[in-house]
Design a binder for this molecule. Structure first.
Ligand code: GUN
Length: 308
């Protein structure tokens, strides 16, 4: 079997177009565009690229982008002060603090400072707790985008065995919650799981979110399974020239694609969806903060994805 490739480029483009149309309606009705504030502390090269891309795409869909680049040695009190100002600023509907933050900052305290109504990353305990209770508000971007990719395959999820490898707050945990809401039988696997290949082979839906290049091999994949590869790992690629690198996922792509029914590529997969869903979450937050229901497209999408 050769897997169908789940096209993150086309899906994310379609979602951005939908968001842009809804933003235009919002502007017409309210006279102002939704705004997204992105905060980057330090100069991590990958984070710098992600943040620039988020800001560019925010403007492209017609929203306002507020970018804050703070030095790596910014005191925590200063960062918390900025977040408090963004919480109070009515032009800001979404706040994202790019992770990881430098080691002297307490990630938990930083995230906790964000108003849950503006928490477009879905990382505050309020939003994570709501998701765990089956009553989601703002859903973390990468899992949300991954669910949309699964939806595009057109295979009903109810009753399927889903295995999520990785238990991070940003991806693994919320992904497992969303698959549970979609009536999958969910296993969360992690670094202490016994016989991980055998656990993965049970999966009709296999989600890899471990940050280890090519860790999931082709013979870990059940024939016909849908594979969602969340990993974005930069590895040396001397075949492309001296000092060159390339991006690979957590799944050994060629091996897995020969066995799976459908698979997301890296690059061109989940990563593109993460930014598009961030824009969608900002639009949704802009509505809910004002007591408005989110545009019909998102209400219908959530009903289809989460059954509510
Ligand atoms: N770093 C890598 N991915 C993400 C994300 O989705 N949100 C935030 N805040 N930081 C990240």
């Amino acid at each position: 079997m050769t897997a169908r490739i789940i096209d993150g480029k086309a899906l994310s483009q379609a979602l951005r177009t939908t968001v842009a149309e809804a933003v235009a309606d919002f502007v017409k009705a309210r006279g102002a565009a939704p705004g997204l504030a992105v905060v980057l502390v330090g100069e991590d090269p990958a984070s710098t690229v992600y943040v620039a891309s988020k800001a560019r795409q925010t403007v492209e869909v017609g929203m306002r982008s507020f970018e804050y680049r703070l030095p790596a040695d910014t005191p925590e009190a200063e960062l918390l002060g900025l977040i408090a100002r963004l919480n109070a600023d009515d032009a800001v509907d979404g706040i994202l603090v790019q992770l990881p933050v430098p080691a002297h900052l307490d990630t938990g305290r930083v995230i906790a400072a964000i108003d849950p109504a503006k928490d477009v990353d879905g990382l505050t305990v309020t939003n994570a707790g709501r998701l765990a209770a089956g009553r989601p508000n703002l859903v973390p971007c990468t899992p949300y985008g991954s669910m949309m990719m699964l939806d595009s395959v057109g295979r009903p999820l109810a009753g399927l065995e889903a295995v999520v490898v990785g238990r991070s707050e940003l991806v693994g945990r919320p992904m497992a919650q969303l698959l549970l809401m979609a009536d999958c039988t969910v296993t969360m696997a992690h670094s202490r799981t016994r016989d991980l290949p055998a656990v993965c082979r049970r999966a009709d839906v296999l989600v890899a979110a471990v940050g280890r290049p090519g860790m999931i091999r082709g013979d870990w994949v059940k024939p016909g399974a849908t594979v969602i590869d969340v990993g974005i790992n930069r590895i040396p690629a001397p075949e492309r020239g001296e000092g060159k690198s390339r991006l690979v996922g957590d799944v050994a792509y060629d091996e897995a694609a020969a066995v799976a029914g459908a698979i997301t590529p890296v690059p061109g997969g989940v990563g593109l969806m993460t930014v598009a869903t961030l824009l969608a979450n900002t639009l949704i937050a802009a509505h809910r903060r004002r007591g408005l229901t989110a545009p019909a497209f998102f209400a219908e999408l959530d009903k289809r994805l989460f059954g509510r």
